[in-house]
Design a protein around this ligand. Structure first.
Ligand code: SAM
Length: 288
């Protein structure tokens, strides 16, 4: 009985990891114009010291490092993450793109110790610093691994990481479903991820960086949108369903089930009124 239970938990965690990796890939696809705007901006800021080595902290499945390596054709990359599943998937994508000789994956838990990654000219941390137990310590380590004149780009989100996809009135269930989900999520995240939206500019300055710019991107994609938008909305709403399901009303759960279904007529895969609305902020920080 005990063993069975254990096995069950293990595969649920694995499934969760795979679902998260899928979600990150879809996010990269849907938000590609934001990502390429940010890398173009980095390109301008690094003209004096073009990066030869780029470090991606909490790389996930490689949205950042693979975009950067396309932008900086002379550079090699290091993708660092605690999660082997993510890195494995990143390796597969790098191979598909013919870039595997340019990217090295390093499995390391930054809450435990900083790995030996050497010196880099460019570091990138997208939606990863808020996961760290002690982001200030990590920022100090990044500072030490940058060459003087090198740049760190921090991409973070406000207190609610998930985009808004749905109209208030879905023509199904009680209006305001997404707003109610977001309110519940805000409550749980305040406990689980206390560093979300925690004043990264001041933290960067505290670690010795000169903060050269802070820019907020209001992402607002409107229909008609490509099919990947529906899959991204589905993956996000499924994550909400599994994380918050026990705190939602039976009514809202039933509506959510219709939305995340693969086949039904009410599925987000079929809706033509989806949007993607999200706020992201980027800090460009230089090691003097
Ligand atoms: C929200 S994902 C962002 C992934 C990627 N940067 C992107 O923008 O698509 C956060 C990533 O940080 C990684 N991470 C969280 N805590 C970490 C730690 N202590 N050390 C290393 N990586 C960590 C997670 O495994 C995950 O891949």
């Amino acid at each position: 009985m005990g063993n069975h239970h254990h096995h069950h938990q293990h595969s649920a965690a694995e499934h969760d990891g795979a679902a998260m990796a899928e979600l990150l890939d879809l996010e990269a696809e849907v938000l590609h114009s934001y990502l390429s705007e940010v890398t173009a901006w980095i390109h301008e800021l690094t003209s004096d010291l073009p990066p030869r080595r780029i470090l991606d902290l909490g790389s996930g499945t490689g949205a950042g490092i693979l975009t950067l390596l396309r932008r900086f054709e002379e550079a090699d990359g290091i993708a660092l993450d605690v999660d082997e599943h993510m890195l494995h998937r990143l390796g597969g994508k790098a191979r598909d793109l013919g870039m595997d000789h340019r990217v090295r994956t390093v499995q390391a838990d930054l809450d435990v110790a900083w790995p030996a990654v050497g010196t880099v000219e460019l570091a990138w941390a997208s939606a990863s610093l808020h996961h760290m137990a002690d982001p200030d310590r990590v920022l100090t380590e990044v500072f030490s691994s940058l060459r003087p004149g090198g740049l760190l780009a921090v991409l973070e989100m406000d207190s609610l990481p998930l985009p808004r996809f749905l109209p208030d009135d879905l023509g199904l269930g009680r209006p305001g479903l997404e707003a109610r989900c977001r309110a519940l999520l805000a409550e749980t995240l305040a406990d689980r991820l206390p560093h979300l939206d925690s004043g990264w500019g001041a933290r960067l300055a505290g670690a010795g960086f000169a903060v050269e710019a802070e820019r907020t991107f209001a992402i607002d994609l409107k229909p008609p949108l490509p099919a990947s938008t529906g899959r991204y909305a589905q993956a996000t709403l499924r994550r909400i369903r599994s994380g918050l399901g026990d705190r939602m009303s039976a009514d809202d759960l039933a509506t959510l089930d219709i939305l995340v279904d693969d086949d039904g007529p009410g599925s987000v895969l079929r809706r033509d009124d989806l949007t993607v609305r999200a706020t992201r902020t980027v800090w460009m920080a230089r090691r003097p």
